[in-house]
Design a protein around this ligand. Sequence first.
Ligand SMILES: [Zn+2]
Length: 418
Amino acid sequence: MNSLKTITTLFSCLFAATSFAQMKDLSALPAYDCSLKKVITIIGQPTILAAPDHAVGLDAILADYCGTFGNNCIQKKASALTAGDYSKNILMIGVCSDIRNWNKLTTAVTPIKNGFIINGKVFNHKRDGFVFVDTNRIIVSGNSLQAVKDAQLALTGGHDILVVQNGNITFFGNRKDKRSFDWFNLQNLKQTNYNKKNAALFSAIYVSKTFKDSINYPKLYGELQAYVQQFLRIYKLKMPTKKVSWFLHSNMQEYGTMSGMFGLTCPGNSSAGFSIRGAIHTNGFNTGLVKHEYSHFLFDNSIPQDNNPAFFVEGCVEYVTNLNDSNLFKKRIETAKHYKDTLNYSDLIVYNQNFYGQYSAANYAVCGVFVKYIIDRFGVEAFKTYCLTKDKKDGAKNIFTLEFDALVNGYKNWLSTQ
Ligand SMILES: [Zn+2]
């Protein structure tokens, strides 16, 4: 009993010590511009999309940006930029050391050998990257291709500066004067606003101090463990070696801020869960939601989202949800039949468009049904290969020996037998 008492005392001391960290009021953080004024103004006008001359590995990102800019996209190699171009709108993307003419870009970021300086702080690790936004500039850069990609993923547009380090967002903020920023290190919120728990399936669980925590953790772990085994078995996947962390938030402000999906803090947004940067974020708690987000972590670990459309990213999860809930599956079959001839399968699968948005509820209902058709007819390995394939039209021929249209017609015929 005595030793138990000592341990209890020790624990409460530790707890008291961690509670000393002052909770940060999120409204005191650098403001996020929900209107995205600077970015919208830039991309609403002709904008030069530039990359260093010998940049490699950026083609897909550049194509993506150019697609977003539409008719306003003027793609140029850095060496082709004229003196006059530097007074125009420029989005520059590339590895720091490859970018010449920093002075002409007039940023508040100072390049150095092997890195860059912001606010007097040196960032010289390989995975350090940043996004800089000004009235006629967007610079997405970093110390390696991976860092540039991390920065690109972190670009949400409502802050003037955002830094990524080792895959995590650290500093973000807004311009104070010509050379400096008011900024805040997001990682500090972990210490001040969250209680850390250790758990088998996670590297750690961070529970918001404002969340009324009445979760039955042993029950949750038991259910989640069984679900994870089922999911891995179905898709013949291995448990990822690097574990995921889980942030449990109690409101949209916390959820959007801590996940770095700052746009979610803006009015009119609703979202319950997200799996990003090796972390699961949920706004509130329910077991189904944790299972759903954990599935993304498991599947994406082997089959990255790079070539996988949202229809399958969500479909592979909803397929398993349907297996575990026959009533839900029945309802979804009805929904799938209802939308059978009106859905644009080519947009959803070949072009990865229009999954989220207006018809997202219907799409969530249908995607798992469609995945069931593929898995039942062609097997799980073929489905995984198809998810990994860049060109979904060619892929249908190579993997299923069917033209894409024949694949869709096959689905419709199969659906009528369900
Ligand atoms: Zn999802």
